[in-house]
Write a protein that binds this ligand. Sequence first.
Ligand SMILES: Nc1ncnc2c1ncn2[C@@H]1O[C@H](COP(=O)(O)OP(=O)(O)OP(=O)(O)O)[C@@H](O)[C@H]1O
Ligand SMILES: [Mg+2]
Length: 358
Amino acid sequence: MKRTKIMIKKGNFFKFIPAKQLFSFFSNDMAIDLGTANTVVYVKNKGIILDEPSVVAVKANTNQVLAAGKAAKEMLGKTPESIVACRPLRDGVIANFELAESMLRYFIRAANNNRKTLVSPRMIIGVPSGITQVERRAVEDSARQAGASEVYTIIEPLAAAIGAGLPVQDPCGNMIVDIGGGTTEVAVITLKDVVFCKSVRVAGDEMDRAIVQYVKRKYNLLIGERTAELVKINIGTVMLDSKMETMEVKGRDLVTGIPKTVTLTSAEVNEALLETISTILEVIRVALENTPPELSSDLVDKGIVTAGGGSLLRGLDKLISKETGLPVRIAKDPLLCVVKGAGKVLEELDFFKEVLMR
Ligand SMILES: Nc1ncnc2c1ncn2[C@@H]1O[C@H](COP(=O)(O)OP(=O)(O)OP(=O)(O)O)[C@@H](O)[C@H]1O
Ligand SMILES: [Mg+2]
């Protein structure tokens, strides 16, 4: 096959380079973690340049985007009828295709400083391991609609393991537990491939919903999911022996209909989260039971690495360690592991090409 070469000026010299190389020079190839809670964008040769909540606000009648990211998250649950502010992803996958595409397009533009690139970028997008064919196609289509020339996907736990700096290329067992907003994924990885992977659609969002339900049952008080998330982050704990704190929450009294304030304690949040946490622990247990013995034995020394925002819940690492008897370490920058991993694949495409799905 004939390869086109193009002449470019480099310093005082002219040099011929293959057209394909020039293509990648002008296009801002990207790795994207399109998460249920947060979208993070990595641009080749530049690094992470956008990290925003996966929320978009549009005009109700025209679908014109008014805001996306942090500004749109502030609007959640507070919009008039003329504005729709919503999270287009649910449980790790696209729930509203049109809004997901609008949001992605907005973020991609913002990542390029609202400049149009000469060539459409190639994209690597993280997807949950339990994604169906139809759901995966929806992600690929919305990325293409948002301007991608080629779309590749990588399963999130594999990207998270690479991003957490685990030696995924070695013949040894690596276990990663990624607790995001919509999904918890547990994977055992060796030789750049997943040996066992289990995913449940229970993670940070489910914790927030559990807190809403708990407050409703115990205090007849209706609070929003944003408030519940703040409660979880500020005073949530899964180990009763860790620091006990309190927090005032405001909501609507379901009996009188009047706004009311109650003070929640860490112990109450702990009680509210019991069921969600036990589901997460169960997934880890199933993954350990299904790990081949040679890889299992590696885990005794190397332990488990946790990633995703949910891994920051106070005491969760200690609880997992207590339940499994294995050492547990929270990855550095747990919310960025997936995008860092996908970014590394983008930078070292030849070395990592087999981890991509097309
Ligand atoms: N300090 C914290 N303690 C507990 N939970 C936290 C903390 N910080 C963030 N979270 C939770 O982490 C979740 C977001 O994590 P992350 O960004 O990894 O999810 P995501 O990648 O968007 O979701 P998914 O991978 O499921 O699609 C949210 O539910 C958020 O409330
Ligand atoms: Mg994630």
